[in-house]
Design a protein around this ligand. Structure first.
Ligand SMILES: Nc1ncnc2c1ncn2[C@@H]1O[C@H](COP(=O)(O)OP(=O)(O)O)[C@@H](O)[C@H]1O
Ligand SMILES: [Mg+2]
Length: 576
C-alpha cells in the first residue's frame, strides 16, 4: 500500500473546518458576512440551544443560481476573487471560499437560495456529502441552516461549551456585526424568543441605543477628528462614568470590526489625568485610514489588522479621544443627556457684557498672574482665546453656578483649580519655569524620614516648579521661594502634605513621576471647598478653566463640571 495518498476532499474540508469553524459563533459570523457580501439589507438569525442544535441565517441578498450554489459548496469556490492579485485591498468580508464547505463538512447544512423571486434551489449537505439540488419557490435571497454542528466530528464535540456560553459568543459576534453594518435590518431569535430587533440605524448612537438602550447610548461623548489622512469617529464614555459598569469595546478599521490592543491603549492614554490609573473606559471607535496603509489579511478570522505606520494611527486615535474629552460634552450631567456641544463651555448663554464689573487686578489674584502670562510661562506660542464670562454665583462656598446655552452649569471650585494648576505644573515641568516669589522670611520645615526621602527624590522637580529649597542637614529644609498659585496658598502646609502623599504609594499607577508630582501638588495648592471667592476670582477661575485642555475633569477621575440640562429641569417640573 502506498504510504502517501491524496487526502479525500471531505477530510481536507474537515481540517479547514478546524480553522474556520471553532464554535457556533464562528459559523454565525461566516454566514452573516456572506449575507452582507451578497448585499443583503435584512438579515434574520435564529439559533437553538446556543447554536449547538441549529443556526439559521436568512437574507434578502442577491442569492445564487443553481450552478453557483453547487460550486459554493466545493472547496475554494468563491465569487469574490479570481486571481492572487485580487487579494490586495479586498473589501468584501470573505474571500477564501472555504467557509461553506468547511461548515458543511462537520454538520447538516441546507442552502435554500434564489437569484430572483420564484425559482429557487435547495441543496442539502450531510457531513460534506453534497446531495441533489431540488426546486424551491422563494423570494430572492438565501437561507442557510446549519444543524447538529460537529455531529460527525467526535473529537470536536467536547470543545463545545454550554449553550449559555456559546450563546454569549454568538451575541458578541452579532453585536460587532450590528455595529459595523448599521445600515442593515437585523433580528435574532434564540430558542424561539426574539432577542434583538434592529431597524436600519442612521448613526452609531442609534444603533447602540437599539442594542444597549437609549440611556446608555445618550451618556456617551461623540468623537470626530481628522489627523492627516486618518479619520477617527465614534462614541466614548465620560470620565465620570468610567468604572460604574462593565466596559464595552468596539473598534472598526475601514469598516471592519477588529481587535487592536495598540489602538485601545492609545485611546486609554488620552484619558490620563481624567480617570484613576488603570480605569477602563467604554470605547466605540471607527478608524478610517487610506487602504494602502493597512493589511487586513493577517488573521484567518480577519480580526486583526497590520498598519504600515502604527504609531501615526495610534497618535491620531489618542488625539481624537483627547479632543473629545476636552469638550464640555464630556462633562458629567444630571439626567442622561448631555447638551453641551464640544467647546461650548467657553460659549455660555449670551449675556450683556456691559453689566459685568471689569476684573480688577487685585481681584484677579487667584491666579497670581494673568491667564495669558501664566500660560506664556510654559509655551510662548500659547494665548488663550478671549472668552465671554457669564455672571457667576458661588453656592455653598464650594460651587460656581452659571447659565449655559442649554441649562444650568455647576463648577466645583477646588476641582477646577486643581485642573488648572495641574496643567500649569505639567507645562512647567515639561517646557520651562514658572514665576515664583521670594519669601521675606525663609521658612524652615522639619520632615520625617519618609518625607525627607520623598523630597530628595523630587528635589530637582520642585526646583523646576519654582520652589527654592535648601536641605539643611538631617531632614530640615529652608524654603526661600515658592510659586504663587494664589493669595490663600499656604506654602508650608502644601509642601508638607505633598511630600507626605508622595512618600506613600497612594498615587501609584501608570502615572509618570511628573504627573504624580503635578497632580499631588495641584491638589494641595488649590483653593479648597469652603473658601469664599470674590467675583473677580470666580471670573479668573472660569477663564483659566476654559483655557485648559480638559476643563470638565479633575485629576482624580471626578468631574469639575456638572450640567443640568433644561429638558431635565422641565421634566422634573412636569413641563414635558
Ligand atoms: N448568503 C449568500 N448569498 C449569496 N451568495 C452566497 C451566500 N453565501 C455564500 N455565497 C456564495 O458562496 C461563495 C462561497 O462562500 P464562502 O465559502 O463563505 O466563501 P467566501 O465568502 O470566502 O467567498 C461566495 O463567494 C458567494 O458567491
Ligand atoms: Mg464567506
Amino acid at each position: 500500500m502506498p504510504r502517501i495518498a491524496v487526502l479525500a476532499r471531505t477530510v481536507v474540508d474537515q481540517i479547514a473546518a478546524g480553522e474556520v469553524v471553532e464554535r457556533p459563533a464562528s459559523v454565525v459570523k461566516e454566514l452573516v458576512e456572506n449575507s452582507l457580501d451578497a448585499g443583503a439589507s435584512t438579515i434574520d438569525i435564529a439559533v437553538d440551544d446556543g447554536g449547538r442544535a441549529r443556526i439559521r441565517v436568512a437574507d434578502d441578498g442577491i442569492g445564487m443560481e443553481r450552478d453557483d450554489a453547487m460550486l459554493a459548496l466545493e472547496r475554494h469556490a468563491t465569487s469574490k476573487i479570481h486571481e492572487a492579485n485580487d487579494l490586495v485591498g479586498v473589501l468584501s468580508f470573505g474571500f477564501r471560499g472555504e467557509a461553506l464547505p468547511a461548515i458543511a463538512s462537520v454538520s447538516e447544512l441546507e442552502v435554500e437560495t434564489a437569484s430572483a423571486d420564484g425559482a429557487g434551489t435547495v441543496i442539502r449537505v450531510v457531513g460534506g456529502e453534497i446531495g441533489e439540488a431540488r426546486d424551491a419557490a422563494r423570494r430572492r435571497g438565501t437561507t442557510i441552516t446549519v444543524s447538529r454542528l460537529f455531529f460527525n466530528a467526535p473529537s470536536r464535540q467536547p470543545f463545545l461549551r454550554s449553550a449559555r456560553s456559546e450563546w454569549r459568543g454568538i451575541s458578541e459576534v452579532v453585536t460587532a456585526l450590528a455595529l459595523t453594518r448599521r445600515d442593515v435590518r437585523l433580528s435574532v431569535v434564540h430558542d424561539g424568543k426574539q432577542v434583538v430587533s434592529l431597524p436600519p440605524a442612521p448613526s452609531l448612537q442609534s444603533r447602540l441605543a437599539g442594542l444597549w438602550g437609549a440611556p446608555f447610548a445618550e451618556r456617551l461623548v461623540p468623537v470626530d477628528d481628522v489627523q492627516g489622512a486618518i479619520h477617527v469617529s465614534g462614541l466614548i464614555e465620560r470620565p465620570a462614568d468610567v468604572g460604574t459598569s462593565g466596559r464595552r469595546l468596539f473598534l472598526t478599521v475601514n469598516g471592519r470590526a477588529v481587535r487592536d490592543h495598540g489602538i485601545v491603549r492609545a485611546a486609554e492614554q488620552a484619558y490620563r489625568s481624567t480617570v484613576p490609573a488603570g480605569a477602563r473606559p467604554t470605547l466605540c471607535l471607527d478608524v478610517i485610514v487610506p487602504a494602502d496603509l493597512v493589511d487586513v489579511n493577517v488573521h484567518p478570522m480577519k480580526a486583526e489588522v497590520r498598519f504600515r505606520d502604527r504609531w501615526v494611527v495610534e497618535r491620531a486615535v489618542e488625539h481624537a479621544v483627547r479632543h473629545a474629552l476636552g469638550g464640555s460634552a464630556s462633562a458629567a450631567t444630571m439626567g442622561s443627556r448631555a447638551w453641551m456641544t464640544p467647546g461650548s463651555f467657553a460659549q455660555p448663554a449670551a449675556v450683556d457684557v456691559e453689566v459685568l464689573a471689569p476684573v480688577t487686578p487685585a481681584d484677579d489674584g487667584l491666579l497670581a498672574t494673568t491667564t495669558a502670562e501664566y500660560y506664556a510661562a510654559g509655551d510662548a506660542s500659547f494665548t488663550p482665546a478671549p472668552i465671554d464670562v457669564p455672571p457667576l454665583v458661588q453656592l455653598a462656598r464650594t460651587y460656581l453656578m452659571f447659565e449655559g446655552e442649554g441649562g444650568v452649569v455647576l463648577i466645583d471650585q477646588h476641582s477646577a483649580h486643581e485642573r488648572i494648576l495641574y496643567e500649569r505644573f505639567m507645562r512647567t515641568l515639561e517646557h520651562g519655569d514658572t514665576p515664583s516669589q521670594r519669601l521675606l522670611f525663609p521658612m524652615t520645615l522639619h520632615l520625617g524620614p519618609a518625607e525627607g526621602e520623598a523630597f530628595e527624590a523630587h528635589q530637582e522637580l520642585f526646583a523646576r516648579l519654582g520652589f527654592e529649597i535648601e536641605g539643611f542637614g538631617g531632614h530640615t529644609l529652608i524654603v526661600s521661594s515658592v510659586p504663587m498659585p494664589h493669595p490663600r496658598f499656604d506654602a508650608p502646609r502644601c509642601l508638607r502634605e505633598t511630600l507626605d502623599a508622595l512618600s506613600g504609594d497612594r498615587t501609584a499607577g501608570v502615572a509618570t513621576r511628573h504627573e504624580r508630582l503635578a497632580a499631588t501638588l495641584a491638589c494641595k495648592a488649590a483653593i479648597k471647598a469652603g473658601d469664599i471667592l470674590s467675583p473677580g476670582e470666580m471670573r479668573a477661575l472660569f477663564t483659566a478653566l476654559a483655557s485648559t485642555t480638559l476643563p470638565a475633569h479633575d485629576v482624580h477621575g471626578r468631574s469639575t463640571i456638572v450640567q443640568l440640562p433644561w429638558d431635565e429641569i422641565e421634566r422634573r417640573f412636569g413641563r414635558r
